[in-house]
Design a protein around this ligand. Sequence first.
Ligand code: G6P
Length: 370
Amino acid sequence: DSGEASLEGFDHYMLKEIYEQPESIRNAMRGRLDDENATAVFGGLNLTPQQLRCVERIILTGCGTSWHSALVGEYLIEDVARIPVSVEYASELRYRNPPIENNTLVFGITQSGETADTLAALRETKRKGHRTLAICNVVGSSIAQAADGGVYLHAGPEIGVASTKAYTSQCCVLAMLALYFGRLRHVSFESGKRIIDELRQLPAAVQQALSCDEQVRDVAKKYQNASTVLYLGRQYNFPTALEGALKLKEISYIHAEGYPAAEMKHGPIALVDEQTPSVFIIPRGTTYDKVMANMEEVKARGGPVIALASRDDPQVESLADDVIHVPQVPGFTQPIVNVIPLQLLSYHIALLRGCDVDKPRNLAKSVTVE
Ligand code: G6P
C-alpha cells in the first residue's frame, strides 16, 4: 500500500528505499545492541537463553532476495556462533521432507511475511515439533502469527518490487543473531564488543557506499546494452554476487548470473566475450589474491571487468575496465555495504533501458500463491 509512504522527491520507490538504508539499518539495530553484556538483545524470541543455548542446528529458509540473506546468515552464524546452518529454498523445503535433528531451530525469512512457500515451510516444520522463528518486516503478518516468535526488521514499508532495504536489514538482524548465539557459547566479551563496534559503524559505511552513485551511473551507461552480465565474489561476497545478478534480472530484464568467483572456470567462463561484462566484488581481504586471479582469467579472454574494490588499489585499477569504490569494512559486514552499488547499478541500467523500475513485468511484491 503506497499510501503509507511517499516518494519524498525521489523518482522511484526503489531509489528512495536504496537511499533509506543508513536509516533502516539503524532502525534494525535500535535498542538491540547491549554494550554492558557485549551481546544483542531481542524482545520477541519467546525462547529462554537456556533453550537457545541447546540449539545444535539452524535452518534458514526463504524465497528470492530473502533466500540470499539466508545465505549471508549461513556464513555469519557458522563464522561467529559456530552453529551448523542449512539454507533451504522454502519451496523445496516444504516438499522435500528432510530428516531434521532434535534441537534444530528454523528461521523463516521474509520481507512481507506473506510468501506462500515460506509460510508453508515454516508451518510444516512447526507441525513436526521444531521451534520456529520469523525474521520479517511487516508487523502482524501471517508468518509473524504462525511462528513461535521472531525479529522484526523495522525497515518501514518497502514498495519497490525489487527488495533493497529489507535485504540489508535482514543481513543486519542475522549478524546480531550470530552475535547473540555466539555470546551464549564461546564468543568472549572482548570479541562481542568488537562486533558491536563494527555493527555501529555500518550506517556510516552504507552512507559512504551511496556516494558512488555518480560513478555507478557512468558504468550503467557504458553497459546498458549488455545481454548477459556475470557477478562474481567469494565468501561473504558470494551471496552479494547472487543478489546483484537478481537485482539486474528483476528490473532491467538483462540475463545475469551470480557465482562464487572460483566456480567460474567450471562453466560460466564459456560465456565470456567482448560483449559480456563481469562484475567482480574484490575488496581487500582473505581471498583477494584468488579473486584477482579469476579476474585476470576473464581479462585474458577479452571480457570487460567492472570491479567493486577498496580505494587505492593499484592492482585492481590497472586490470579492471571500471572500478567502483566500496568502503573498507570487516568481512562479516561486507554483504550489507557491497550490495549498495549493485542495487544502484541495476536501478540505473533499468532506467536507461526505459523499464518500469518499481513494477517490473511478471513480478509481484509478495507471492501468496505456490
Ligand atoms: C517476490 C518478490 C521478491 C522477494 C520474494 C520473497 O518474488 O518479487 O523481491 O524477494 O518475493 O519475498 P518475501 O516477502 O518473502 O521476502
